[in-house]
Design a binder for this molecule. Structure first.
Ligand code: ARG
Length: 455
């Protein structure tokens, strides 16, 4: 490729550290697509003949089918996917192959290929998140009044509903959706035509290639075009946050499916048995989803660390951009699919959830609120009275609602019989009617909004 200037070939170690064909062969389809658009544009602008462009495009399609059919012979000596494809094109069609690289460099070529690849995986992440959100909405719908414990610090806090809890994750994954959509809009500019870094003296038409490859427009600055990997960083950043959400939910599924909690039953399809303990039903899928965040966030850290401190424009460091992104994209799509499957299949244990919701004096806040309203006292005083009542109940080993009126009045003489009406988990949940609260009508409204958004 650059034999003109070199007397000897590369050292074996040089070849090994330099070659990217071991992994960038995953860009084959994008490389062929980009090269075909480039060849067509070169013909349209009169830089090459349309006869040459036809031969180039046909040859490229042959190569793609060879790669997809597994008959293509990749060569490490040819370094990367770009040179492997061009080398094979030369073998197939001869001299016209040498015209394909006119007005182009591997720098804008790889920037384009990688961007096309990341854009496709962004679309896939968007579709995967939408599927997960649909599964969560389906879990929530009809269970707006299924009562379960709400936690802070994993300590009993206040009763909430299953529907409310599912819809909380819908909000999180919904933000992930918008992050991927925003990233996609920003990455949708075509770097092809930036050439090595400075642009080209050939009369190319960058609008034409941008349009042919479904980009909104060409990138504005040729130096930035070959130096930029923001699109991959943004993808990884959105992926890391989504993976963090997946991990948190997976952790809840692990806890909830334990014999001690019994909040949920995961289906046989997403659990495994033990080779020694016959009773076992392990939440392996949830555990692996919980762990995938490590490699996804690791990929973000890897790529941002590769990019930091790189001077303008392209440096070979940037060849290290692909493996982390490939790995993260694979991990994310698997994690999304596994979580969607688990959510679609899981069954909440409604009786157990209700029982757990009443534990740990979870309606103590309702009692304090009652004191504020009925006794016309400041919340802080009500908090103090309720604390004393919780202590009394704890000492007797009963729930708040099991204290007699006399026992309550021993703490605060103005308390009346009416207080018992706020101490049930149903009353507690029904009372939380503020916007976004856990009252069933509020949860129904959230579900309705999401169904409209997804329609
Ligand atoms: N394999 C290279 C990469 O992935 C392609 C670009 C090479 N450009 C260069 N000037 N050596 O980054």
């Amino acid at each position: 490729m650059w034999g003109g200037r070199f007397a000897s070939g590369p050292d074996a170690v040089m070849e090994e550290i330099n070659a990217s064909i071991g992994f960038d062969r995953r860009l084959a389809a994008e490389d062929v697509e980009g090269s075909r658009a480039h060849a067509r544009m070169l013909a349209a602008t009169g830089v090459i003949t349309s006869g040459d462009a036809d031969q180039i495009c046909d040859g490229l399609l042959t190569i793609l089918s060879e790669i997809e059919g597994g008959t293509f012979e990749f060569s490490r000596a040819l370094e990367d996917i770009h040179m492997n494809v061009e080398g094979r094109l030369t073998a197939l069609i001869g001299a016209p192959a040498g015209r394909l690289h006119t007005a182009r460099s591997r720098n804008d070529q790889v920037a384009l290929d990688f961007r096309l690849w990341v854009r496709a995986r962004t679309d896939e992440a968007i579709a995967g998140l939408e599927a997960l959100i649909r599964a969560l909405v389906a879990q929530a719908e009809g269970r707006e009044a299924v009562i379960m414990p709400g936690f802070t610090h994993l300590q009993s806090a206040q009763p909430v509903t299953w529907g409310h809890h599912m819809m909380a994750y819908v909000e999180m994954f919904g933000r992930d959706l918008t992050r991927f959509r925003d990233a996609r809009a920003r990455m949708n500019e075509c770097p092809l035509g930036a050439a090595a870094l400075a642009g080209t003296s050939f009369p190319i038409d960058r609008e034409l290639t941008a349009k042919a490859l479904d980009f909104d427009r060409p990138t504005a600055n040729s130096l930035d075009s070959v130096a930029d990997r923001d699109f991959a960083l943004e993808y990884l950043s959105a992926a890391s946050i989504a993976a963090t959400h997946l991990s948190r939910f997976a952790e809840e599924l692990v806890i909830w499916s334990s014999a001690q909690f019994r909040f949920v039953k995961l289906s046989d399809r997403f659990t495994t048995g033990s080779s020694i303990m016959p009773q076992k039903r392990n939440p392996d899928a949830a555990e692996l989803v919980r762990a995938k965040v490590a490699r996804i966030t690791g990929a973000f850290v890897t790529l941002s660390t590769v990019m930091k401190g790189l001077p303008m424009t392209y440096s070979k460091d940037m060849q290290e951009d692909k493996e982390p992104v490939f790995d993260a994209a694979d991990a994310l799509s698997l994690a999304l699919a596994a979580m969607t499957g688990m959510v679609a299949d899981m069954t909440p244990n409604e009786a157990r959830l209700r029982e757990a919701a009443g534990a740990g004096f979870s309606t103590a806040t309702d009692l304090a609120d009652w004191c504020v309203r009925k006794l016309d006292i400041p919340f802080r005083s009500a908090h103090h009275i309720t604390g004393a009542l919780v202590k009394a109940a704890e000492e007797r080993g009963v729930d708040l609602a099991d204290l007699t009126l006399e026992e309550m009045q021993a703490v605060e003489p103005r308390i009346t019989d009416d207080v018992y009406s706020v101490l049930t988990v149903d009353a507690s949940v029904a009372s939380r009617t503020s916007h976004g609260g856990t009252a069933p009508d509020q949860v129904k409204a959230q579900i309705a909004r999401w169904k409209e958004r997804l329609a």
